[in-house]
Design a protein around this ligand. Sequence first.
Ligand SMILES: Cc1cc2nc3c(=O)[nH]c(=O)nc-3n(C[C@H](O)[C@H](O)[C@H](O)COP(=O)(O)OP(=O)(O)OC[C@H]3O[C@@H](n4cnc5c(N)ncnc54)[C@H](O)[C@@H]3O)c2cc1C
Length: 333
Amino acid sequence: MIISESANIINSLGIESKTKYSIEIINEDDFEELEVFLKNNKLPILFLGEGTNIIPPNFFNGVVIRSFCKNINFRKDINILTVDSGVNWHELVKFCVSNNINGFENLSLIPGSVGAAPIQNIGAYGAEISTLIDSINYFDINTHELKTIENHECNFEYRNSSLKNNSFFITSINFKTNLANNINYEYKSIKSFIDKNSIDKNSLSISSLSNIVCDIRSSILPDPNKIFNAGSFFKNPIVKKSDISYSFFKSDNLITWEVDKTYVKVGAARLIELVKDKIIPSDNVSIYKNHSLVLVTNGRATQTEILAFARQIQELISKFFNINLEIEPTVIK
Ligand SMILES: Cc1cc2nc3c(=O)[nH]c(=O)nc-3n(C[C@H](O)[C@H](O)[C@H](O)COP(=O)(O)OP(=O)(O)OC[C@H]3O[C@@H](n4cnc5c(N)ncnc54)[C@H](O)[C@@H]3O)c2cc1C
C-alpha cells in the first residue's frame, strides 16, 4: 500500500482539491496495514474511484482510499466474472464484448471504475448494473473484515443502493455471465439511431450495440477528459403525479415516464431547459450546450460555487413545478 500526504483528489469537475492522506491499495494483503493506519489516524474516510461522480471540497481533512487492483478473472465453469474494483468500467465492457459476454453493452462508455459502479447502480439505455451482479466482495473499515454481500442484500434502485455512504470498501465484483442472450435495443434513442441509419435489427450483435451506444453518448455527452463535468448532475425525480404544479407550464411541456398509477419519473433535463433563461450565470459553472442535465466548469470552480449554481436550479424547479431535484454525484463534506 502507498501512503501520500497532501495529495490531490482527482475529480472530473476540475475542482482543485486536496486530502490530508491518500492511500493506494495494491493488493488484498494491504488491508492489514490499512487497519493499523486507520487505528492510528482516526479521521473521516473517502473511498475514491476515478472521481467522475464526486463534488469534493478544496480540502478534505481525512483519508482517501483508492483501489489500484486491476485483475479480471473469467471462471467459465461457474459462469462468474470476478473483476477488481480498480478496473476501468469501459475496459470491462470491452472485455465482455470481445468475450461474447452479454448484458454489459448498453452500459458502454460510462466513465469511472468498476468499484464505484454499484454504488449508485449505474444505468443507461435501458440497462442497470444491478441485473449483472451476483455478489460483491468488500473490506469493512469498521470491523476490518473481508466479506461478501449478495445482490439481493444491496437494495439496488434507480441511481441508489445501500452501498452508498457505507463502511464497505469494494474490492471486487462477481458478475453473472449466463444471462439470457437478449440484445436490448428497446430504448428510444437506440431505436431512433437504428431507424435513422437503416440498421437491420436482426443483424445486431453485442459488439454493434456497444458501438451504437458509444456513438449516441459521444454525440450528446461531454468527454470528461476534455470538458470538466460529472455527467447528469441531478436525478430524474420520481414524484406523485398530483403534486406537480402546472401553474406556469402545461403538462405536455414535460417528459414523464409512468412508474405506477400514482407516481411518474420526470425528465430533469427538460425541466431545466424550461427555466434555463431565468438562471443567473456563474463565472465558472454553466449548463452544457448539448445536455441540460450536465453542469460543466472551466476548471476554476470550487465546490461552493458549483453547489450555489445547482441550488439556483433546484429553487427554480421547486418554484415552477413543485418538484425537488436531488443532486446525483456524491457531495464530499
Ligand atoms: C460524462 C459522464 C457521463 C456519465 N454517465 C453516466 C451514466 O450514463 N449512468 C450512470 O449511472 N452514471 C453516469 N455517470 C456517473 C459516473 O460515471 C458513475 O457514477 C461512475 O460509477 C463513477 O465512477 P468513479 O470511479 O469515477 O467513482 P467516484 O466518483 O470516484 O466515486 C463515486 C462514489 O462511489 C464511491 N466509491 C468509489 N470507489 C469505491 C469503492 N471501491 N468502494 C466503495 N465505494 C466507492 C465514492 O465514495 C463515491 O461515493 C457519468 C459521469 C460522467 C462524467
